[in-house]
Design a protein. Sequence first.
Length: 440
Amino acid sequence: MIEIPVHRPREAPIARKAGTGDRRWRIAWLLALGVLISNLDRVNISVAQQALHLAFGLTTVSFGFLLGAYSWTYAMLQLPSGVLIDRLGLRRVGVVSSFVWSMATFATASAVGPVSLFSSRLLLGVGEAPMFPMNAKAVGHWFPEKARGLPTSMFDAAAKFSPAVGIPFVGLLLIHFGWRISFALTGVVSMLYFLLFACVYRNPADDRALSPGERAYIESDRGLSESAGDASSYTLGYLLLQRKILGLTIGFGTYNYSFYLLLTWLPSYAAAGLHLSPVHAVWAASIPWFFAGVIDLAVGGWLVDALIRRGHPAGRVRRTVLLLGMACGVGIAGPALTHHAIPALIALSIGLGGLSAAAPVSWSLPSILVPTSSTGRVGGIMNFGSQLAAISAPVITGYLTSWTHTFAAAFALAAIFLVIGNISYACLLGKIERIPAPLA
């Protein structure tokens, strides 16, 4: 008897069976919007160097300390915020966080002297401290491990698009309306986000509109719930002793050093180092950020997920993108080799683009190395180390620039740190896989 083959149509993805839409992507866009706005609140200070010098007499060195002030409280609160996120939940922490950083931005707009200016930046660090650990945990809640590359790259790319859009936007506001108005308007935008987050964000378990099909897809390769047993098994002390966590923290710290060097000093470098007019400087400073945002989404997000869907080993894909991206990041040394605007901006774009391809891979690791119930702790450890670098970058750059009257040494030092970071990723982080739970 001859069997006639029957063609069966390909089954629709499980997340679309119920026809209620992809609510997980609504959360991904919400997280990305939050990073976009919060980084706008960070970058506005970097554009205002000359205005703040005229208003308060800030020198290059004191401006470097002001740029790093935000990171002081941000770093100190990373470990506590990771624990609070795991214990109190994402929504509670996120609502308080977005409200505090909104108030901090308004406080900067109303500063009457250097002390109140520094204090407002310290408060901004308090408000924004939970953001990235919270986002990493949220992606772990809403997306299965095989599909976390793109949503992670969305909120990470927002950190690049924010200065790309924010530097010219805030710069033009400052030129035409003054620095106080530029801070006040970013405060209004931050307050609107606070209201939006409070209305929209829910964990999957609390979202009544989440379809059974999409819920099954989210749970397809790991548990949705945060069990108390998992939370207690990966304690903060245990995680701090893990070689993989150390490698992740050192590697990401060197990335963040370069990130904050550019976030805080790139407008000043474009004006003073490349001798551009104020208007041309703010537009030139946005070019590497636009390029970085596109690479972040295309490589760190879409390409990583696409390769994994096609059957390539997930750990190998992430490791390859991580190491190659960090290697390309050394291009940030370009301004140390040339004083011409076009080759310097090309080198910075390549360097920042490589780092941006690697960054979402790094941020996907907390939800891969440990259970979702402990992701906040790992995100806090990782971001604590990275914020020590963020504190150092603007201050060291301020001193180097003051001593040498050029930015060459600052960019060369950042490239050296990136080489160290890549070695840490390769040798200490090693294979990307789950860290074993401690023995009871």
